[in-house]
Design a protein around this ligand. Structure first.
Ligand SMILES: [Zn+2]
Length: 387
């Protein structure tokens, strides 16, 4: 099976490269914002919808204007890509997947995409269009043998670190069939718990760092707007943020790979996020906990390696059901981590018990829908249950 995989590396630009990149980010942003304004005005004043090709033609005109000559200093492929990104943003808006596109700001993460005709890859070295030397990339892991490069995304995060994400086309071989099947429960305290009793905890250093982050943010809010100290404080917060999300992503990646390697079928419970966010104490942690990342990784890795990934109905009462005798509790407070079944006396770890129930429900569902099933919508599951 041929799949596209992204490999992200940090790199250290020379001063010259950094300046050229800053210019590229700026131009890509400028073109994006100009085209957005063009499309918005055309719609508001003439009820006319203009697409990528009109904006691309406009870009050619802009480059001929003396006051916009700076646009010629950067790769035109990158600028065209910026217009394509805008086009995608509009498509997402029209298809109700996203809000109306907004202007890009110079604050925040900057990124541009280089198609194959805007960089060279020779002897393991990457050189970007309009740059003289190759990038000093930290190859933290090798690219797969024989991988075809599809595109590069070059970015600078808010703490000033540079990354190149290399999209490659490569062949993945499915893993050998595994005997085990697993249910996974996700939660706030423990990010994920398997029916086999394994737990993915929030990485420990994060708890300490998150406390530090709170302090830093409080100090930041006291600094004078526009001052040099505020800028310094903001950079500190951004750096800590970056470290926290990197550590967590690493932990999630290792966890999901292990799950996929060891299990033939993976069952997860759809999470009722809306219900949980109403509780304000939890809201921050929900956003942080990256359940979406766990599910997303399990889903695509399952597809790559020949596994079955099956999310269940989100209203399935997995926590309140005794996995030994199927007794259903009326209520189980979030703070209760362990409990004894009043019917059969079994002692349960809250999360492992839930994961076992998820696994059973998943296996039942899989049997009744056939092994070809990868995904079952809640409504279908609901119907099956009430039948
Ligand atoms: Zn019981």
């Amino acid at each position: 099976m041929i799949v596209q995989k992204a490999f992200k590396y940090r790199f250290f630009p020379t001063d010259e490269q950094a300046a050229q990149l800053a210019n590229t980010f700026g131009c890509a942003r400028y073109v994006y914002n100009q085209a957005l304004e063009l499309r918005t005005t055309a719609w508001q004043q003439e009820k006319k919808s203009i697409g990528y090709h009109t904006t691309a033609a406009k870009l050619t005109e802009w480059k001929k204007e003396p006051e916009k000559a700076f646009l010629s200093e950067v790769s035109s492929v990158v600028l065209q890509q910026s217009l394509r990104n805008l086009d995608t943003a509009f498509t997402n808006f029209f298809e109700k997947r996203a809000n109306y596109p907004t202007f890009k700001s110079r604050r925040g993460r900057q990124s541009v995409r280089y198609a194959t005709n805007a960089f060279t890859f020779r002897d393991g070295r990457i050189t970007l269009a309009k740059q003289s030397g190759s990038l000093d990339i930290v190859w933290s892991r090798p690219l797969p043998d024989g991988a075809q490069l599809v595109s590069l995304t070059v970015s600078r995060d808010t703490s000033g670190r540079y990354f190149v994400s290399i999209l490659v086309e490569t062949v993945v071989k499915p893993f050998k069939r595994a005997k085990a099947e697993v249910g996974i429960d996700v939660g706030i305290k423990t990010l994920a718990t398997t029916s086999q009793g394994e737990k993915l905890e929030n990485p420990q250093p994060l708890v300490r760092r998150e406390k530090r982050l709170k302090g830093l943010q409080r100090r930041l809010s006291r600094k004078v707007k526009g001052g040099a100290n505020r800028k310094k404080a903001r950079l500190k917060v951004a750096k800590l943020h970056a470290k926290i999300s990197d550590t967590r992503r690493d932990a999630i990646q290792k966890f999901t790979t292990k799950i996929i390697r060891e299990n033939q079928a993976i069952f997860v419970e759809g999470l009722n996020v809306a219900g949980m966010v109403q509780n304000h104490n939890l809201a921050k942690y929900i956003a942080d906990a990256a359940f979406g990342e766990i599910f997303r990784e399990l889903e695509y890795k399952a597809a790559w390696y020949g596994r079955t990934y099956l999310p269940l109905d989100r209203y399935f009462p997995s926590s309140k059901l005794c996995s030994s005798c199927s007794y259903l509790l009326d209520d189980l407070a979030l703070s209760v981590r362990e409990w004894d079944c009043p019917a059969c006396g079994a002692h349960h770890d809250r999360d492992i018990n839930a994961a076992i129930n998820i696994k059973r429900a998943g296996q039942y569902l899989l049997k009744s829908t056939g092994s070809g099933a990868r995904k079952v919508t809640p409504t279908r599951y609901e119907r099956r249950r009430s039948a």
